[in-house]
Design a protein around this ligand. Structure first.
Ligand code: CMP
Length: 137
C-alpha cells in the first residue's frame, strides 16, 4: 500500500538552484508530490529532526549547515517510496555515491566537516511519520 516519506532539499541544494532538478527526478520516477514547503529551519526543529545524531562529531556542523539557509521540504507518496527515494538519492557520501543518483550526479565533497549531500530522505516508516509531523506541522 502507498507510503509517504519526507524528503528535504538541504540548503546546499536550494542555494545551488537544484530544487527543480530534484523535484523532477522524484516525479519522473513516478512518485506523487503531496506536500511542498520552503522554510528556514530553526535549531529547535533541527535538534528534533536530528536527535539520533546528538553527540556525534558532525552534529554541530550539521546543525550549523542546516540552519544556514532555506530548505525545501517535500512529502512524497507511492508504493515503497521510502526505499525508492533512498535509492534515487544514493549513498550519504556524495563523492562515493553512484553516478545516476542525485548525490552521485550533482554532489561532491567541499572539504567541510559535514557532508553537504543535497537531500535527506526518511529511512523507515516510523522515521517518516515522525519527520513529516515535524516539517509539516
Ligand atoms: P542525512 O541523511 O540528513 O542525515 C545526517 C546527515 O549528517 C547526513 O545526511 C549528512 O549530511 C551528515 N553526515 C552523516 N554522516 C556524516 C559523517 N560521517 N561526516 C560528516 N557528515 C555526516
Amino acid at each position: 500500500s502507498a507510503e509517504q516519506t519526507l524528503i528535504l532539499v538541504k540548503p546546499d541544494g536550494v542555494a545551488r538552484g537544484l530544487t527543480g532538478e530534484i523535484l523532477r527526478r522524484i516525479e519522473a520516477k513516478g512518485y506523487a508530490v503531496t506536500g511542498l514547503r520552503m522554510l528556514s529551519a530553526d535549531r529547535e526543529l533541527l535538534a528534533a529532526h536530528y536527535a539520533e545524531h546528538a553527540g556525534k562529531p558532525f552534529y554541530e556542523p550539521l546543525i550549523d549547515f542546516m540552519s544556514s539557509g532555506p530548505t525545501v521540504a517535500i512529502r512524497a507518496e507511492g508504493d515503497r517510496v521510502i526505499e525508492g527515494f533512498r535509492s534515487l538519492a544514493g549513498t550519504t557520501d556524495p563523492t562515493a555515491a553512484a553516478p545516476g543518483t542525485i548525490r552521485g550526479d550533482l554532489g561532491r565533497d567541499w572539504g567541510l566537516k559535514v557532508q553537504q549531500n543535497l537531500v535527506h530522505g526518511s529511512d523507515s516508516p516510523e522515521s517518516a511519520a515522525r519527520e513529516l509531523a515535524l516539517w509539516f506541522a
